[in-house]
Design a protein. Structure first.
Length: 372
């Protein structure tokens, strides 16, 4: 078959959209197929971008997170130049805090790693200074401030990436990628209910549903859905929420403030399969933990609750690269709760791998082969 596309990307969340955009920007003919599943993680994500405050995980992941933060600082202006809608990306700062006595050792260990990696960026601050930055904050024990911390709106980000992808030539199609047409170790085409798209390569960025197609090459497990519920509140109109930093407790729920008085509080971590319903138990947990940390939010107005199914890998590391046993099938998934941070840079890295260029990071730790 003569390829109708150089690359077919399956999945139109932030990871798939970024892959399609980066591949097309490199000159590839790209078709993206997206069925927009209910519960897609991109639509519910909080949008915290503070890799500098990360600690307590493997160095390769920390390197990927740092690269992701830097990538945003280039990507957002590039999207703007193409006329894409506003992603609501903003550098607002981030506070890493510990507020329970039993968290002291965990906070200290994480802070040591973070400060060693970014001594020129991070700053330990007093409890009083932290409360001045984030007025609803309750009693805490420790605080670490990241002036480089940022936030982004997941729904607006994927809309901007779709706009940019279309602007650079991506054929964006709604529908289901039902089957891979395989000849030996090569994918020859992607079948949808209405058409067959011959291709030179395929990138599977299906989020929590990745194994539906990746199972063709043996990846039948290793990525599972984990539900995260996030509640959105609105404070009184005179609250200067736009100047508040993101609040990142070391072992509890985060708070993401927005300029319009909206505050997002999350998130639950629930192994419930493909159940994307928001629940009463989820709301109880969110309010219990959130108001314990930030009692000043008690008078806020309830707006909505969002639930998303994060694609979580068995070892909590992303899957980025070629599928074992495949010559031209790649996977980009398993980002867990870090999809909005890592998604855009994953698109750049996948484009490098597909184009046989040396990526800006050693991806060996993230090879899908480890989970087959």
């Amino acid at each position: 078959m003569t390829p109708a596309a150089d690359v077919v990307v399956v999945g139109g969340g932030v990871v798939g959209a970024a892959c399609a955009y980066e591949l097309a920007r490199d000159g590839q003919r790209v078709t993206l197929v997206d069925r927009h599943d209910v519960g897609r993680a991109t639509d519910a994500g909080a949008g915290i971008l503070s890799p500098e405050t990360y600690g307590g995980t493997v160095p390769a992941f920390l390197d990927l997170a740092d690269l992701a933060g830097a990538h945003y600082r280039d990507l957002v202006p590039d999207l703007g130049e193409l006329g894409a809608p506003d992603t609501r990306y903003a550098v607002c700062g981030a506070l890493r805090v510990g507020f329970r006595e039993g968290e002291d050792d965990v906070f200290a260990a994480s802070a040591r790693v973070a400060l060693a990696r970014h001594p020129d960026v991070l700053e330990p601050v007093s409890v009083d200074d932290a409360r001045a930055m984030f007025p609803p904050l309750g009693e805490i024990r420790h605080a670490l401030y990241n002036p480089r911390g940022a936030r982004v709106d997941g729904r607006e980000l994927v809309a901007a990436l779709e706009f940019a992808a279309r602007a650079v030539g991506v054929d964006w199609r709604s529908g289901q990628a039902a089957r891979l047409v395989v000849d030996g170790e090569r994918v020859r085409a992607v079948e949808t209910p209405s058409s067959t798209v011959p291709c030179g390569a395929v990138v599977i960025a299906g989020g929590a549903w990745t194994t539906e197609l990746a199972g063709t090459f043996g990846l039948r497990s290793g990525v599972r859905p984990v539900r995260g519920q996030i509640v959105h509140l609105r404070l009184r109109l005179d609250a200067d929420t736009g100047s508040w930093p993101v609040l990142q407790p070391i072992l509890s729920h985060y708070v993401v403030p927005w300029p319009d008085g909206r505050v997002a509080l999350g998130a639950t971590v629930e192994d419930v399969g493909f159940d994307a319903r928001p629940t009463a138990a989820g709301l109880r947990q969110l309010f219990s933990e959130g108001l314990r940390l930030s009692p000043g939010l008690a008078d806020a107005t309830f707006l909505e609750v969002r639930a998303g199914l994060r694609p979580v890998s068995d070892d909590d590391l992303p899957l980025i690269g070629v599928l074992p046993g495949a010559a031209n099938a790649y996977v980009a998934s398993g980002h867990g709760a870090n999809g909005l941070l890592l998604g855009p840079v994953t698109g750049r890295l996948v484009a490098d791998v597909v184009s046989a260029r040396e990526p800006h990071l050693d991806l060996g730790c993230f090879s899908p082969a480890r989970l087959v």
